[in-house]
Design a protein around this ligand. Structure first.
Ligand code: EPZ
Length: 419
C-alpha cells in the first residue's frame, strides 16, 4: 500500500501530457471480444483497471499484451466465458464483457459487480435490455448467467442514461440479428469513442453521442485497430489544479469540446483558457470565485469532476452549492477536506462549501478514485504537509500522477505505508 506526501503552496507551471481515457479504453478493450484475431488499441493508459481487464482476458483464454500505451488482445483461443468475482469486485467495469461474450458466444457468466464506495451501482438496465434482445438471464449465487442462441434487435429505453449500460447493449446489438434502438442513451464522449471503434470493426451504428442510437446487427466483426480519445476527466482534474494553485498549465492533447460544461464553470470560478497548438493553456486566478454546480449526464457537468471542483471551491471567495444527482454517496471526500479546515456542510445530495482563505495540510484517507484526486487538488494548495493514504484508489484511474505533478513543480513524493 502506498501513500503520497505533498507539501503545498506552490504555483504549478508547465506542460502536462494528457493520457488516454480509462473509460474509453475499458469498453473498447471489451469490444475486441466481438471479433476473432489480434486487436491493437493505442493510447491506452497504464492503470490498475487496465491491468485488471487484462487479467480478465487471460481468464477467458484470450491473449493480452500491454506495452508503450498499446494493448494487443488475441481472442482466437477464448474458451471460457466467465468473469469471476475476485476480478469483478476489483473493477465494476468488468461487467462490460457480458454483452460481447453473450453476443459472440451465446453464453456468459459474470459476477454481479456489487456496490462500491460511491453507490449501489445496479445493472438492471443492462440485464433488462439483454432480456428484451432474447437472452435468458438468471441470477445465481452472485453471478449473472446469460444464454442466447442469437440475440435479436429490440427497441430499448433507459430510465437513466447509463454509460456502461449503453456501451454493453451497443456491443451486444452489433452482432444481434436485426435493428436495435437505444433510447435515452448516454452521450458521453467515451460512448461515441466506443461506437467509432465498433464502426472501424465493421459495425453499423448511427447516432452515437445523441440520445437515440441505432445499431444494425452484422454477422461478423473484424479485430480492432484503434486509438482512443484523451481522458477528459484527467484534463479537468489538472484544470482544477491550475485553478487552486494560481498556476499556468498547458494540457497537451486535451479535447476542449469534451469539457464544455466543466470549462464554463471553471471560467465562472475565474480561470482563463487559451487554445495552443495540440492543447489548452489554463491559468488560475489569485483566488477562485465561488460557483455552483449540479452534476448531470453528459453534456452536463460530469459527476467525475464534482470532487475536484469541490476542492477548488474550498478556498473560493464566497459560498458554493454543489449538487450530486448521479450517485447517492459521492461526498466521501468532504470529511477529509474538513480535516484540512474546509467549511462544508452536507444535506442529502447537496454540499454547501463556504470558502476560506487557506487550507492546512493533514493526514488524509483516499476513499474512491475521484475523491483521491480531490484530496491531491486540495493538498497542492494547502499550507504544510499532507499525507494521503490508500492511493491505490488513485492508481486505478490516473497514470503517473506524481510524475506529472513533479514535472510542473509540485513537491510530491510516493512512499510505502510503513516508511
Ligand atoms: C460510468 O459508470 C463511469 N465508469 C463512471 O466513472 C461515471 O461516474 C459514470 O459512468 C457516470 O458518468 C465507466 O465508464 C467505467 P451509469 P456507470 O450506469 O456506467 C444508475 C470513474 O470515476 N443505474 O452511467 O456504472 C446508477 O446507479 C467512474 O471513472 C441504474 O440504476 O454509471 C447511477 O445512479 C466512477 N441501473 C446512474 O444510473 C443500471 O443498470 C448512472 O450510472 C445502470 C445505472
Amino acid at each position: 500500500m502506498d501513500k503520497l506526501i505533498i507539501h503545498g503552496g506552490k504555483r504549478l507551471k508547465g506542460e502536462v501530457a494528457i493520457s488516454g481515457a480509462k473509460n474509453a479504453a475499458l469498453p473498447i478493450m471489451a469490444a475486441s471480444l466481438l471479433s476473432s484475431g489480434y486487436s491493437t488499441i493505442s493510447r491506452v493508459p497504464d492503470l490498475r483497471d487496465i491491468m485488471t481487464m487484462g487479467r480478465l482476458f487471460a481468464n477467458l483464454g484470450a491473449g493480452f499484451h500491454y506495452e508503450d500505451s498499446k494493448a494487443v488482445i488475441n481472442t482466437e483461443k477464448i474458451k471460457v466465458y466467465e468473469a469471476p468475482y475476485d476480478l469483478v469486485r476489483k473493477m465494476r467495469a468488468s461487467i462490460l464483457v457480458l454483452g460481447p461474450l453473450l453476443s459472440r458466444y451465446g453464453r456468459a457468466k459474470v459476477s454481479l459487480p456489487g456496490g462500491c464506495a460511491i453507490g449501489a451501482r445496479p445493472i438492471n438496465f443492462h440485464l433488462n435490455g439483454l432480456e428484451k434482445m432474447g437472452a435468458d438471464i438468471k441470477l445465481e449465487s452472485g453471478y449473472v448467467i446469460a444464454k442466447a442462441k442469437r440475440l435479436r434487435g429490440a427497441s430499448l429505453y433507459f430510465d437513466i442514461p447509463t454509460v456502461t449500460g449503453t456501451e454493453n447493449l451497443m456491443m451486444a446489438a452489433s452482432l444481434a440479428k436485426g435493428i436495435t434502438l437505444l433510447e435515452n442513451a448516454a452521450r458521453e464522449p467515451e460512448v461515441t469513442d466506443l461506437a467509432n471503434a465498433l464502426i472501424s470493426m465493421g459495425a453499423k451504428i448511427k447516432g452515437a453521442g445523441e440520445s437515440v442510437i441505432e445499431i444494425e446487427g452484422v454477422d461478423e466483426l473484424k479485430p480492432a485497430d484503434y486509438t482512443i480519445i484523451p481522458d477528459r476527466i484527467e484534463a479537468g482534474t489538472f484544470m482544477t489544479i491550475a485553478g487552486i494553485t494560481g498556476g499556468d498549465i498547458i494540457l497537451k492533447g486535451c479535447r476542449q469540446k469534451h469539457l464544455d460544461a466543466s470549462i464554463m464553470k471553471l471560467k465562472e470560478a475565474g480561470l482563463s483558457f487559451e487554445n495552443v497548438p495540440d492543447g489548452l493553456r489554463v491559468t488560475g486566478p489569485g483566488r477562485p470565485a465561488a460557483s455552483d454546480i449540479k452534476t448531470q449526464p453528459y453534456p452536463g457537468f460530469p459527476t467525475d469532476m464534482q470532487a475536484q471542483f469541490m476542492s477548488l471551491m474550498c478556498i473560493a471567495d464566497g459560498t458554493s452549492i454543489i449538487k450530486e444527482t448521479i450517485f447517492e454517496n459521492r461526498f466521501m471526500h468532504v470529511a477529509e477536506l474538513k480535516r484540512m479546515g474546509a467549511d462544508i456542510t452536507v444535506e442529502g445530495g447537496v454540499s454547501t462549501v463556504r470558502g476560506i482563505s487557506k487550507l492546512k495540510g493533514a493526514p488524509l484517507m483516499a476513499t474512491d478514485l475521484r475523491a483521491s484526486a480531490s484530496l491531491i487538488v486540495a493538498a497542492l494548495a494547502a499550507k504544510g504537509e499532507t499525507v494521503i493514504h490508500r492511493i491505490y484508489h488513485l492508481d486505478r484511474g490516473y497514470e503517473n500522477m506524481e510524475g506529472k505533478l513533479s514535472k510542473i513543480g509540485a513537491d510530491v513524493k510516493r512512499a510505502k505505508e510503513d516508511q
